[in-house]
Design a binder for this molecule. Structure first.
Ligand code: CO
Length: 155
C-alpha cells in the first residue's frame, strides 16, 4: 500500500495506519458458494464433515436464501436464488454451481470502498448497504479484480 494520504474529489485526508500484512483486509469473513439445492448441500456438509448450519436467512435485496456454516472465525455462505430476477440466478445460468465470491472483513466498508474506487476499481455497489447478519457490505466488480467477485464486510 502506497501512503496513507488519499484524495477523493477535492478532499484529501489521512487514514489510520492499516493492519500489518493484508492492509485493509483483516480476516476472511466468508466464502460464498452458489448451489441449486441448499438443503442437499447443508446435509452433505453435515454428513461429510459433521458441520452444522449456524444461521439461515433470506436476503431480500439479493433474491437469495443463505445458510452459514461456521469454520473457526469464518463462514461458508451457501447460497441459492429464490427469484428469477436474482443476480445470482443469472450468474448460475452462465457458470453453474461453484465458488461465487470471497467476503473479506474490513474495519470500514465505506472507507475501503472509497479507497478502491479512487484507485480505479469497478464496483457493483456505489455505496455500502446492509448484508446478512446485519453487516455492512459492498461488492467490487470481478472485471477489475482478475475474475474474482469480492465482497467487503464490516461486522
Ligand atoms: Co457474501
Amino acid at each position: 500500500m502506497s501512503g496513507l494520504e488519499h484524495t477523493h474529489g477535492d478532499i484529501t485526508h489521512t487514514h489510520d495506519a492499516p493492519a500489518e500484512g493484508a492492509g485493509y483486509l483483516t480476516e476472511i469473513d466468508h466464502i460464498g458458494l452458489a448451489v441449486n439445492d441448499i438443503e442437499a448441500t447443508t446435509s452433505w456438509y453435515e454428513k461429510m464433515f459433521g458441520a452444522k448450519v449456524a444461521h439461515q436467512e433470506r436476503i431480500e435485496s439479493d433474491g437469495v436464501e443463505e445458510a452459514l456454516i461456521k469454520v473457526a472465525d469464518s463462514y461458508l455462505q451457501i447460497l441459492t436464488p429464490y427469484a428469477d430476477t436474482s443476480p445470482l440466478k443469472k450468474w448460475m445460468d452462465r457458470n453453474g454451481e461453484g465458488i461465487h465470491h470471497v467476503g473479506y472483513r474490513v474495519n470500514s466498508t465505506e472507507e475501503v470502498l472509497e479507497h478502491c474506487k479512487s484507485e480505479g476499481a469497478r464496483v457493483v455497489d456505489e455505496h455500502p448497504r446492509t448484508g446478512s447478519r446485519g453487516t455492512t457490505v459492498a461488492f467490487l466488480h470481478p472485471k477489475s479484480s482478475f475474475g474474482a467477485l469480492i465482497e467487503l464486510v464490516q461486522e
